[in-house]
Design a protein around this ligand. Structure first.
Ligand SMILES: [Zn+2]
Length: 174
């Protein structure tokens, strides 16, 4: 079983899962350093080698603490899946990813790369969560299968995703 590392803010209120490793926000920063970076390195070290990091694109995140998670993950050779801008949709994706991970879904990274572009996929939608995020109205098992079929490789990196969305690994527009 792999593990999914996410910024703690995206896992708030979600059911806990042995697959989900939220990076908790430290309460203080020590003089001259970042306690958040320390916490992230600790978590990423524990998640190697098969862990997958789910992180919002830095442009969508004005929160610098959250933005260093994908940067450090790449340096530590962990796969990063770029989540969409919409926070509600991100939280739904994290919950779905945890379910897929716990079911030991094969090719998890590839499926998550497709799902990260789900906004552009034109699937039927339904409201989800307390803020009524607009998410696909398909069951997790069906979505996982769809995501495998809908994955297209990226021309610039070994990643990919849905053809109507930017690459979920490097962000390249198609
Ligand atoms: Zn790419």
């Amino acid at each position: 079983m792999s593990v999914l590392v996410v910024d703690g803010a995206l896992a708030e209120g979600l059911r806990s899962s042995p697959c989900l490793v939220p990076v908790a926000r430290p309460s203080r920063t020590w003089r001259g350093g970042s306690a958040m970076a320390d916490a992230i390195v600790d978590v990423l070290e524990g998640a190697r080698p098969r862990g997958v990091v789910l992180a919002r694109a830095p442009r969508a995140d004005t929160d610098t603490d959250a933005a260093i998670l994908p940067q450090l993950a790449r340096v530590m050779a962990l796969e990063v899946v770029r989540l969409p801008d919409d926070v509600g949709l991100c939280r739904w994706l994290v919950a779905l990813a945890a379910v897929m991970c716990q079911a030991d879904c094969p090719d998890l990274t590839r499926r998550l790369q497709t799902l990260a572009g789900v906004e552009a996929a034109g699937l039927p939608r339904r409201p989800w969560g307390w803020d009524g995020a607009s998410v696909p109205a398909l069951r997790p098992r069906v979505l996982a299968r769809w995501a495998w079929h809908a994955w297209k490789p990226c021309a610039a990196c070994p990643g990919g995703g849905h053809e109507a969305a930017p690459c979920a690994r490097c962000g390249r527009r198609r």
